[in-house]
Design a protein around this ligand. Structure first.
Ligand code: HSE
Length: 435
């Protein structure tokens, strides 16, 4: 087979990793692809000291890459949703296949991009957009093709998981760990995307679309970040047998789906509860296979390059295949996608951890439990922390059974309004991830 020629746009963390791995492992990669893979051009506004490009044709104009008639596959690694979108759409219009690691672009504009790609008879591959080096997109689209997917839950932001782990294990301050994640190239250009859950929401909507066969609906994802989690919550959760992880959760409920990203208590014996540092893990429950889990590094130069290059190899193998015979962009044939309703968070059913501070006097606890019981929320566990006599209030931590969020929130509002309750009543959702 004749060599496949790629053009790489962007020479940041992932771009430099891709050039380095393609060069270092050229023999193995060609042996797998069945042809040589040549970097024909690199488009980058500036050099990267982590990558020697002296042997390559480098241009400062990334759009030169998408118009270069030699190039078969454009690899978009510039990030963002403005220039990157123009670049990808131009590449498609010029009949080029595209590989991208850009989760924001796929989550927000994937429907438009896939339609353009189908019309042009080209493929847009995006394995690196979700969970870094873990081949989870391919696993769901191809490996689990026999299944009705019932739910998936993942730690899909390496930076957030790194921060939570360092805070728990070493008592480090939030900002200090975030700075380290930035220096290591894990964090987004705007790190609020990591800590407020937007990056995880981008990835979740992609996973949900390929799992359930639905168009991408990024604006419907409920998103809550990790900035309100305190060291006390981490320690109370631990005492009750749980760990707090920032999860992306998608669940099929009849003809609707839940799409939510939020801190979550999970039983500490679950494998996923023990996924620490920058590692990611995605659990996927299929009706035939049962629960499965995919684990690996979720960010970083070479792990992400690994996924980018896997897509290049896949494309190189299918370049001569009829477009109808390629794996569809969202795993399902485009005319078989369903516009499932995305449930508002108020209708979601889950269990809850509730933390509050109340005056240490008779009757307070029974009033609180009565409010919950009146709302149809039953209590699974309760601890009241002993305080020195000089302190009038004591923390109360409750774990509830499953309840509809709007019922739980009505009860929380009533508890919040009690004169015996001091400060904010704080709640974190809980999932068993067992069945
Ligand atoms: N900022 C992302 C993360 C990079 O920390 O997971 C990989 O998508």
């Amino acid at each position: 087979m004749k060599p496949v020629k790629v053009g790489i746009c962007g020479l940041g963390t992932v771009g430099s990793g891709t050039v380095n791995v393609l060069t270092r492992n050229a023999t193995e990669i060609s042996a797998r692809a069945g042809c040589e893979i040549i970097i024909t051009q690199i488009g980058a506004r500036r050099d990267n000291p982590n990558c020697n490009t002296s042997a390559f044709n480098v241009t400062r104009d990334i759009f030169e890459v998408v118009t270069n008639p030699e190039i078969d596959i454009v690899v978009e690694l510039i990030g963002g949703t403005t220039i990157a979108k123009d670049l990808v759409l131009q590449a498609i219009a010029n009949g080029k296949h595209v590989v991208t690691a850009n989760k924001a672009l796929i989550a927000e504009f994937g429907n438009e991009i896939f339609t353009a790609a189908k019309e042009a008879g080209v493929t847009v591959a995006f394995e690196a957009a979700v969970a870094g080096g873990i081949p989870v997109i391919k696993s769901i689209k191809e490996g689990l093709a026999a299944n009705k997917i019932q739910w998936l839950a993942g730690i899909i932001n390496g930076t957030g998981n790194f921060i939570l782990t360092e805070m728990r294990d070493k008592g480090r301050a939030f900002d200090d760990v975030l700075r380290e994640a930035q220096a290591l190239g894990y964090a987004e250009a705007d790190p609020t995307f990591d800590v407020e859950g937007i990056d995880a929401a981008h990835k979740l909507v992609i996973l949900a679309s390929i799992a359930f066969g639905m168009p991408l609906q990024f604006d419907k994802v409920f998103t809550e970040g990790i900035t309100k989690i305190t060291a006390e919550d981490v320690s109370y959760a631990q005492e009750l047998g749980y760990r707090i992880k920032h999860l992306g959760i998608a669940r099929k409920v009849g003809d609707a789906v839940e799409l939510r990203v939020h801190p979550t208590l999970i039983p500490k014996e679950r494998l996923i509860a023990n996924v620490d540092g920058v590692m990611n893990a995605v659990m996927v429950k299929g009706d035939a296979v049962g629960p499965t889990m995919y684990y690996g590094p979720g960010a970083g130069a070479e792990p992400t390059a690994s996924a980018v290059i896997a897509d290049i190899v896949d494309l190189a193998r299918t370049l001569t295949a009829d477009p109808e015979h390629r794996v569809p962009h969202l795993g399902f044939q485009p005319n078989a996608l369903n516009n499932f309703e995305v449930l508002p968070i108020s209708e979601v059913q889950t269990s809850y951890y509730i933390r509050l501070n109340a005056l240490d006097k008779p009757g307070v606890l029974s009033t609180i439990t009565q409010i919950l019981s009146d709302a149809g929320v039953s209590i699974e566990a309760l601890i009241q922390k002993e305080q020195p006599e000089s302190i009038e209030t004591s923390p109360i931590i409750l774990l509830t059974n499953r309840a509809v969020e709007k019922d739980l929130m009505r009860a929380v509002e009533k508890i919040q309004n009690l004169s015996s309750v001091v400060g904010e009543v704080f709640q974190i959702r809980m999932e068993s991830l067992g069945k």
